[in-house]
Design a protein around this ligand. Structure first.
Ligand code: TTP
Ligand code: MG
Length: 406
């Protein structure tokens, strides 16, 4: 059946949330990511800042060199998460067929909705208007017969854009665009394609499938279909997360075991409380470390029995950390911990094991107190060294990268 799909993406999301709150920031080069003398990268740059060459992923120090007059903001992930929820609620008012993709991006299946709004174009105008009125933000919207073309269209229309690709024009719309505009084509693929003399999506679409497969393996076919404007993926409701993780970069590389363990404990508690809030248990715990030279490793351990307690997550993480730090390694730049293989709790097993039951009870009590009085209202001895280093809020410690710290 012929479908109509919208792709909606907010413009310069983190920055625009800050500008909506503080009128003094409007119309100026603004960067969210951190102070320019700190380590880290640009998370979001205002369109004025982009005029100076700034973009997401650029080291803050480079951003400062290119545009010292920019206003650098640390930001707050909680703020962006709250606005994101309100954004998704607005979209859900327009169509129940909603697929959130990230905090500021979603697909909406609007097939047949023209009868309500006059046209799909008018429906998109109404969506943009509500987002502007209620959140003070600009959204860019692409409309097409499939996801990939809708996404390319919204991106191309930015900022504050609205672009509709008429049915039947998918191919001719894509043909002249550079390959980098196609979702899924990163820097590496772009370079490989450039080496093959392929620069536009049109050139990519007429490359023989066998050649694409020999260069890109299984994803060759997907590339061919996307480049031809063929995409039958449905707009689907969000699936439950397959893993939960938290990580942080230190202000200075460190070998300090007590700081590493304190941070691991804190991040593990954040993972644990998220896991319990979702009513899940995990079978696998993963430690992530990035060393001073940016070498990044992950080490995983599968538990004999799934668990949702902070103690198990931390104990397993600590064992993995010990195993890693025995060899003389470089100082650590980033530490993270995550859980995966998520499943519903196995109640029967728990009934047999009273010590596991007691731990679980303890965790639930801590969760309740934290919900009422803030995350740092209860602290385990292990995390106390963090008190000296990081500012506290009701949401927890403000780590090195507040715009990304959940
Ligand atoms: P994007 O939609 O990719 O970027 P944007 O909204 O800032 O700008 P655009 O107008 O081009 O859509 O990402 C949404 C938010 O996600 C962004 O505001 C900040 C965050 N983000 C990061 O934290 N790191 C990143 O590398 C990117 C790309 C985004
Ligand atoms: Mg965006």
């Amino acid at each position: 059946m012929a479908r109509t799909i919208m792709h909606i993406d907010l413009d310069a999301f983190f920055v625009s949330v800050e500008q909506a709150l503080n009128p003094e920031l409007r119309g100026k080069p603004v960067v969210v990511g951190g102070r320019p003398d700190r380590r880290g990268v640009v998370a979001s740059a205002s369109y004025q800042a982009r005029g100076f060459g700034l973009h997401a992923g650029m080291p803050l120090t480079t951003a400062y060199r290119l545009c010292p007059q920019a206003i650098f903001i640390e930001g707050s992930f909680h703020r962006y998460r709250d606005v994101s929820q309100r954004f998704m609620t607005i979209l859900a008012d327009f169509s129940p067929y909603l697929e959130p993709v990230s905090l500021d991006e979603a697909y909406l299946d609007v097939t047949g909705f023209e009868s309500i709004y006059g046209s799909i174009h008018q429906m998109a105008v109404a969506i943009k208007q509500r987002i502007k009125n209620e959140l003070g933000l600009c959204a860019s919207i692409g409309i097409a017969s499939c996801k990939v073309v809708a996404k390319v269209a919204s991106e191309l229309s930015k900022p504050d854009g609205l672009l509709e690709v008429a049915r039947g024009n998918e191919r001719s719309f894509l043909v002249p665009l550079p390959v980098a505009k196609l979702p899924g084509i990163g820097k590496k693929t772009e370079r490989m394609l450039d080496g093959l003399g392929i620069n536009t999506i049109g050139e990519l679409s007429i490359m023989p499938l066998t050649a694409l497969k020999s260069h890109f393996g299984a994803s060759g076919e997907l590339l061919h279909r996307s480049a031809s404007g063929i995409d039958d993926r449905k707009v689907e409701p969000p699936t439950a997360a397959k893993s939960i993780s938290r990580e942080t970069t230190f202000g200075k590389d460190t070998r300090d075991h007590s700081l590493l363990k304190a941070t691991l404990r804190y991040l593990g508690e954040r993972v644990g409380s998220d896991l319990r809030q979702r009513g899940k248990q995990a079978r696998c715990v993963t430690l992530k470390l990035r060393y001073a030279d940016f070498t990044t490793i992950t080490r995983s351990h599968t538990l004999s029995q799934s668990s949702d307690t902070d103690q198990t997550i931390f104990d397993t993480g600590t064992k993995l950390l010990k195993g890693e730090l025995t060899q003389e390694k470089q100082p650590v730049r980033l530490i993270g911990i995550g859980v995966s293989n998520l499943a519903e709790p196995d109640r029967q097993l728990e009934m047999l094991d009273t010590s596991a039951q007691r731990l679980e009870q303890l965790n639930r009590t801590i969760d309740r107190i934290r919900k009422k009085y803030g995350f740092t209202a209860i602290q385990t001895g292990r995390t106390l060294p963090l008190k000296e280093i990081f500012p506290e809020t009701d949401e927890g410690y403000t780590l090195q990268t507040p715009s990304l710290s959940r």
